[in-house]
Design a protein around this ligand. Structure first.
Ligand SMILES: [Zn+2]
Length: 257
């Protein structure tokens, strides 16, 4: 089986990358990043991703409304999501969830949008990709009650106890460049102790740039630094880790339950 890196969560279909998109893709391929899941937060981003997939078939698309956009999402937007979610090129619904870090006076509205989207995913039998920030308990309670398909917690930074709870439910956790930061002992402990068949890696670019490039704009090619750090942490060869991660990615996004 061939081995390579993937980026399970990339925003290269957003502003900083649209100019010179092909260049970013070549750089990813040069770094042996051969699969990229583009996270689409609105219709324009989805259409862009699907158009690029015609040229680059190794691109995947995930589509959903982010909690930070809760005040912008209309009923028409919800209907649009419902109308496209069965498209096989859309491998998951996300990123959806709760974010109380920036805004916390609209918690009820965020929960409502989150639950509605989980229910759409349940009906379409699509996995969901979760964004949760400063909302650990509410996210957990809603997922436990409503999620009926596979669940991936992206950019996972919660406690080890919470991670265990999620793993017990059969969920997956994904790690960004934060894993490589010196002060990220908690995230490193999580990545070192999570079940190896439940882990993914991602850039979440343009944010979360890994060491040694921390401070620069992130891009999908840099996922290899996250992967190399993880291989070292788990004391695995790069090739063995790549094969394991590819199996996880395929099982999560491309196989029916
Ligand atoms: Zn994201």
């Amino acid at each position: 089986m061939e081995s390579y890196w993937f980026d399970s969560h990339s925003h290269m279909n957003d502003d900083p990358f649209l100019e010179g998109f092909d260049e970013y893709i070549s750089r990813a391929l040069e770094s042996n990043v051969r699969r990229i899941n583009l996270i689409c937060l609105n219709r324009a981003q989805l259409e862009y991703a699907l158009k690029k997939k015609e040229t680059y078939p190794f691109l995947d698309a995930t589509f959903g409304y982010h909690p930070e956009d809760v005040d912008k999402v209309s009923e028409e937007d919800i209907r649009y999501l419902e109308s496209v979610i069965d498209d096989p090129r859309i491998i998951a619904l996300g990123e959806i969830g709760l974010d109380y870090y920036w805004v916390s006076d609209n918690k009820e509205k965020q929960k409502e949008l989150f639950i509605r989207q989980i229910e759409i995913a349940n009906r379409a039998n699509k996995p969901i990709v979760i964004h949760s920030r400063s909302a650990a308990q509410d996210s957990f309670d809603i997922l436990k009650q409503y999620a009926g398909t596979k669940v991936l917690l992206h950019c996972f930074g919660e406690s080890n106890e919470m991670m265990r709870e999620y793993l017990r439910l059969g969920y997956y956790v994904s790690f960004t460049g934060v894993l490589t930061f010196k002060n990220s002992k908690n995230v490193q402990h999580n990545a070192a102790t999570a079940d190896i068949d439940r882990i993914m890696i991602e850039t979440d670019c343009p944010y979360m740039t890994p060491v040694p490039l921390r401070g620069q704009q992130n891009e999908s090619s840099y996922v290899r630094y996250v992967g190399e750090f993880l291989a070292n942490l788990r004391q695995m060869s790069v090739e063995d880790l790549q094969r394991q991660l590819i199996a996880n990615y395929e099982r999560f996004f491309h196989e029916e339950d």
